[in-house]
Ligand binder design. Structure first.
Ligand code: AP5
Ligand code: MG
Length: 214
């Protein structure tokens, strides 16, 4: 099963993608997580990506596409994958289609997690991420058992550099301009599925399972 998660920054793509990956036993591939891991490890790619990410801009397509397509070659992708944060532009979607068509495959579902901008700005201020394992929490909606410490690995929790209110506003406008057109793109392909992302995380997931099947 090949799934794409669509939605604004903070809509809950990562939260839902992790649950999908666990239930359907497929890898969760997040380009944002890949870039953050590269930044943490001090790689050249990380340094380049950081310049754009800190401003709330998209990393150029040429730094993203090959990275993702190469990832599909890993053995864990045999049964499919859930893509979170990719594609994010029409050229990325076209490159993905081209790579899949070449091997006789295609995307099965593009799930759009719908959340209005006002809710997003509220959510981002409360998000916390673990420096150790990258797990995501929310101070109100998904708090950790011990304040400031990750439930999974005990690592410290931080506020992501790009979650500052000004940067979130930029990310939202970049989303509306460059990523939202993908909703039409996948609607035209007949594989779009819309879910309401404003309800409780578990209810969002139940709606997704209703689409993907048990
Ligand atoms: P990326 O990491 O993909 O960030 P994003 O799309 O901005 O999305 P987020 O991770 O911020 O939000 P999310 O939808 O995953 O929400 P989450 O589940 O965490 O990308 C970062 C940057 O990398 C980009 O800006 C760009 O520069 C670059 N990049 C990445 N991919 C790229 C690409 N393909 N091309 C070019 N550049 C690329 O949830 C948010 C918060 O809300 C959490 O605290 C969570 O606990 C909470 N929450 C989730 N669901 C609910 C709910 N139902 N109710 C209440 N709270 C909830
Ligand atoms: Mg995410």
């Amino acid at each position: 099963m090949k799934i794409i998660m669509l939605g604004a920054p903070g809509a809950g793509k990562g939260t839902q993608a992790k649950m999908i990956a666990a239930k359907y036993d497929i890898p969760h591939i997040s380009t944002g997580d890949i870039f953050r891991a590269n930044i943490k490890n001090g790689t050249e790619l990380g340094a380049k990506a950081k310049e754009y990410m800190d401003k709330g801009l998209l990393v150029p397509d040429e730094l993203v596409v090959d990275l993702v397509i190469d990832r599909f070659k890993e053995p864990d992708c045999e049964k499919g994958y859930v893509l979170d944060g990719f594609p994010r532009t029409i050229p990325q979607a076209e490159a993905l289609d081209k790579a899949l068509t070449a091997i006789g495959e295609s995307v099965d579902y593009a799930i759009n997690v719908e959340v209005p901008d006002d809710n997003i700005i509220n959510r981002m201020g409360g998000r916390r991420a673990c420096v150790g394992c990258g797990a995501t929490y929310h101070i109100v909606y998904s708090p950790t058992k011990v304040e400031g410490k990750c439930d999974t690995c005990g690592g410290d929790l931080i506020i992501r550099d790009d979650d500052k209110p000004e940067t979130v506003k930029n990310r939202l406008s970049v989303y509306h301009e460059q990523t939202q057109p993908l909703i039409d793109y996948y609607t035209n392909k007949g594989i779009i599925a819309e879910v309401d992302g404003t309800v409780d995380m578990k209810d969002v997931f139940n709606a997704i399972v209703g689409i993907l099947g048990e």
